[in-house]
Design a protein around this ligand. Structure first.
Ligand code: FES
Ligand SMILES: [Fe+2]
Length: 343
């Protein structure tokens, strides 16, 4: 068997990953783990976020134990101070006016970006785009955040699970899957670089529509599902209710933490809740229940790698999205390796 994509594959250093939510970052430094390394994140007075490896260059103390002093960060151990670019500007033990070692500077990721109320980083220059969810920018949509989840899993296999349509009646029988058709309708996938989208429409029993009980609409209604994927592990599903109206968008952003651990940041965007906090709370609780159904299975997998050699597994025409996931990630890994071989 050829190796698949594990959570700590070196190629993943060349892509954007969610480090934390924007609301997790303040003027109190905090540590977040990603790709087997700890990063410290804090916010400057002007609102900018700074991210560095959570390791002081002096004696490797975690900088997240330190404190912010304006735009600077002071290490908790010997009090070295680093400016907002990571350069050491003070070593208390040397007194004022001392010459400071040039190697006394912090390592930062190549890219830091805030988007969709999350902080993304790319440890090395990113070869993939940042994910972009159109509904997130539409003022008609309200955002609700699921609690962050940490699970034993492979990020590749969790992405695979999100894009998979054939498991609904089996894994999600306790939530939305009970009335779902077992047969996956035919659909096509459109790839664009390291992203793809797939759309299909089908009929479903809309048991939540009050218009059905009022006799305004039939129980069987049309629904359009659009999956959008951005490598390596950014996923979106937009569900449009074509008869009853309204759109539910689910965003699913995965952080490979360690070889066997993944953090999940998921948010929903809804344009049909009329500002009701109660209804948003119910919608979030429902999504949490759906993800828990998935994780009960995903956290038990022996294999913690997504196979990238398409001959290893058996695929069917119902698996087009998850095949495209493998193709894109295989191309991405190959491109990063080729570029490194040329360096
Ligand atoms: S370990 Fe940070 S100042 Fe010494
Ligand atoms: Fe699922």
């Amino acid at each position: 068997m050829s190796p698949g994509l594990g959570n700590l594959d070196p190629s993943l250093r060349h892509a954007w990953h969610p480090l934390c939510r924007s609301s997790d970052v303040s003027d109190v430094p905090r540590s977040f783990r990603l790709l087997g390394e700890d990063y410290v994140a804090y916010r400057l007075d002007n609102g900018d976020v700074r991210v560095f490896r959570d390791r002081c260059p002096h004696r490797f103390a975690p900088l997240s134990l330190g404190s912010c002093e304006g735009a600077a960060l002071r290490c908790a151990y010997h009090g070295w101070v680093f400016d907002e670019d990571g350069a050491c500007v003070e070593i208390p033990a040397l007194g004022a006016g001392a010459t400071l070692p040039s190697r006394a500077r912090l390592d930062g990721p190549a890219g830091v970006a805030e988007s969709h109320a999350m902080v993304f980083i790319s440890p090395e220059p990113a070869r993939t785009p940042l994910p972009s969810i159109a509904s997130a920018l539409d003022p008609q949509f309200e955002r609700g955040d699921l609690p962050e989840m940490l699970t034993r899993a492979s990020a590749g296999l969790l992405a695979d699970n999100f894009l998979d349509m054939a498991h609904f009646p089996f894994v999600h029988a306790g939530t939305f899957g009970a009335g779902e058709a077992r047969e996956v309708p035919s659909y096509s996938v459109t790839r664009d670089g390291y992203t793809f989208s797939a759309t299909y429409e089908h009929e479903f029993a809309n048991r939540e529509d009050p218009g059905v009980t009022q006799g305004i609409r039939p129980l069987l209604q049309r629904r359009r599902l659009t999956y959008r994927y951005t490598a390596p592990f950014h996923l979106e599903l937009a569900i449009e209710f074509l008869d009853a109206g309204g759109t539910n968008v689910i965003g699913f952003f995965l952080t490979p933490v360690d070889d066997d651990a993944v953090r999940i940041y998921s948010s929903i965007w809804r344009n049909d809740l009329g500002g009701s906090r109660e209804r948003m709370r119910e919608a979030i609780d429902f999504e949490v229940a759906v993800v828990e159904e998935d994780l009960r299975l995903q956290s038990r997998f022996d294999v913690l790698e997504l196979p990238l050699d398409l001959t290893e597994e058996v695929h069917t025409r119902a698996d087009k999205t998850t095949l495209e996931l493998r193709r894109i990630l295989a191309d991405f890994v190959a491109h990063v390796r080729e570029a490194q071989a040329l360096e």
